[in-house]
Write a protein that binds this ligand. Structure first.
Ligand code: SF4
Length: 341
């Protein structure tokens, strides 16, 4: 077994849990409060964390890039993190479960080189969360890029806080049997395969998540631009772009289901739908769908296991496009409703 010096451990730790270098977060166990510290992330800061004297919370987002992303499963049911790891593996993405400090789990994915665009990583992670029916899970970082209104983003407590490691908290566990902690956390970190940006590109392209040209830009996305090529079926794209004149609540619900299937987090879907509602031009003097109604429809779509696009719904049919691949596969082999359920 190799003997690692303290400095070796600090350097290894930094290769995984580094983001902004001039600010970090911490958590005071006595007051149970988290706060920010505007000071350099020195080796002493990392050492204090590893020795269990002061928590180090990492701000993962640097401009628009990240070297790690984490999904925060906030309860003690480990089945969802395990499902996440399995679903990620289908895309050839290694994901790693950390038992967090008090309850719940963080699932981490680590990236190659200088990092990848956060927008791509978040898109893929939300896709996986949608697949396991946990679209409202918190993801760190919470933004695609820092900008004038997001100076730091949000920090997440880093693993391996020395005071909790002996209690098997803040440690990485076996994804097949999460009751088992990896016996050598440092050897575990050394063996991790990092995900390349090329792999994210492939996942995005194969699954038609979004046009790659949009992703390579540094622009701050607006909600409506963000979903233009989001793998939504043609009917949803038309409804989103042009608004609807009738059946606003049904259209809103179906759009929300489509956005959930596409992997958009609930808050982003709500922003998209609120923006969409302003483009509606209801007939016969009717009023636009209200914000409250938009929220109710979106919550219904996200909270339950709805998956169908509503191809047979009279409210959706006027927007159907015969070139849609869902349409083709449905008419070739199955009844539409069956193909989409
Ligand atoms: S087949 Fe269904 S999903 Fe495709 S455009 Fe028509 S209504 Fe939309």
């Amino acid at each position: 077994m190799s003997v690692r010096t303290t400095q070796t451990k600090i350097e290894l730790f930094r290769r995984f849990f580094t983001g902004l270098l001039h600010v970090y977060g911490t958590y005071d166990t006595a007051s149970q409060r988290a706060h920010q510290i505007k000071a350099p992330v020195t080796d002493a800061v990392i050492l204090a964390h590893l020795q269990g004297r002061q928590f180090y919370g990492v701000y993962l987002l640097v401009k628009n890039k990240i070297r790690a992303i984490a999904a925060d499963f906030d309860d003690n049911d480990v089945s969802a993190p395990m499902e996440f790891v399995s679903a990620a593996r289908v895309y050839d993405i290694p994901a790693h479960i950390e038992r967090s400090k008090s309850k719940g789990y963080h699932v981490w994915i680590f990236f190659d080189g200088d990092g990848v665009l956060a927008s791509k990583a978040r898109l893929v992670v939300y896709r996986i969360l949608a697949e396991i029916e946990k679209p409202r899970t918190e993801v760190f970082p919470k933004q695609d890029s820092l900008n004038t209104s997001v100076t730091y983003g949000n920090f997440i407590n880093a693993p391996l806080f020395g005071a909790m490691v002996p209690n098997e908290r803040t440690v990485f566990v076996d994804p097949f049997d999460p009751s088992k902690v990896h016996p050598d956390q440092w050897a575990f970190l050394e063996g991790i395969n990092r995900v390349t940006e090329q792999l994210l590109d492939d996942v995005i392209e194969v699954n038609d998540l979004r046009g790659p040209t949009q992703l390579s830009s540094d622009r701050e996305p607006t909600p409506s631009a963000d979903v233009r090529c989001y793998g939504l079926p043609p009917c949803a794209r038309t409804m989103l772009a042009d608004g609807v004149a009738a059946n606003q609540r049904v259209a809103c619900f179906r759009l929300a289901v489509g956005l959930k299937r596409a992997g958009l987090p609930f808050d982003s879907a709500l922003a998209v739908l609120s923006d969409w509602a302003t483009r509606n031009r209801p007939l016969n003097g009717k009023k636009n769908i209200t914000k409250h109604e938009v929220t109710a429809q979106a919550a219904c779509a996200y909270d339950k296991a709805y998956r169908a696009c509503g191809c047979e719904d009279p409210a959706i049919q006027p927007f159907c496009d015969s070139t849609c691949r869902i349409n083709k596969s449905a008419t070739r082999e199955h009844p539409v409703r069956e193909a989409l359920s």
